[in-house]
Design a binder for this molecule. Structure first.
Ligand SMILES: Cc1cc2nc3c(=O)[nH]c(=O)nc-3n(C[C@H](O)[C@H](O)[C@H](O)COP(=O)(O)O)c2cc1C
Length: 175
């Protein structure tokens, strides 16, 4: 799949089919994740793959904005070690985005749920047996999509500044 096709058409999916996800597809998502850049190539990421329905139900109960984790056949918790990288959030964020794009390229839907520094982090760590010194950046729901949401973006021309902040111009791009 063309990279731009994946980047431009991936959308967060919050409704899922009950069809299970093939383990090979999950592993390919995680393989894409570990090829993300990380500060000093520290690669301190760990991924907890949750398929157990009861654990997913508990995750959904904990995370107010992630109730659909009870429905997505897979949930992946993205875990890192702040003692290994001052940029642990960025490292795990880059890995997560790779995961989302690799899922899309395989016909799967995902939704990123923020966990670090929320009230959900400690209960999620406890539920998944994550050591005290590690952090959870996010959980990601994964499964075959049961919706096709349409979402937009603000125009690029409003986000790009040329040479100095505030200097903007019209942008015409075609893909
Ligand atoms: C750091 C971060 C945290 C997010 N947390 C949640 C969340 O808790 N629940 C949720 O439904 N979506 C969450 N999202 C998904 C965003 O709402 C979504 O990416 C955004 O609305 C744009 O939609 P799109 O992904 O379909 O383009 C999160 C995304 C990011 C990057």
């Amino acid at each position: 799949m063309d990279l731009f096709e994946a980047i431009l058409n991936r959308r967060s999916i919050r409704r899922y089919m009950s069809k299970p996800v093939e383990e090979e597809k999950v592993l390919k998502c995680l393989y894409a994740a570990i090829w993300a850049p990380s500060a000093h190539n520290s690669q301190h990421w760990n991924f907890i793959v949750v398929t157990d329905a009861e654990t997913r139900r508990k995750l959904a109960e904990i995370h107010r904005w992630g109730r659909f984790m009870a429905e997505s056949p897979v949930v992946i918790a993205v875990v890192g070690d702040p003692s290994k990288s001052a940029f642990w959030r960025e490292d795990l964020g880059a890995a997560t985005q790779n995961l989302l794009l690799a899922a899309y390229a395989q016909g799967l839907g995902t939704c990123w749920m923020g966990v670090a520094d929320t009230p959900y982090e400690e209960p999620i760590k406890k539920l998944l047996g994550i050591p005290e010194n590690l952090r959870v950046l996010c959980t990601v729901s994964l499964g075959y999509p049961a919706e096709k949401p349409v979402r937009g973006r603000e125009p690029l021309s409003r986000k790009v500044h040329w040479e100095k902040y505030g200097v903007q111009k019209e942008i015409n791009l075609t893909f």
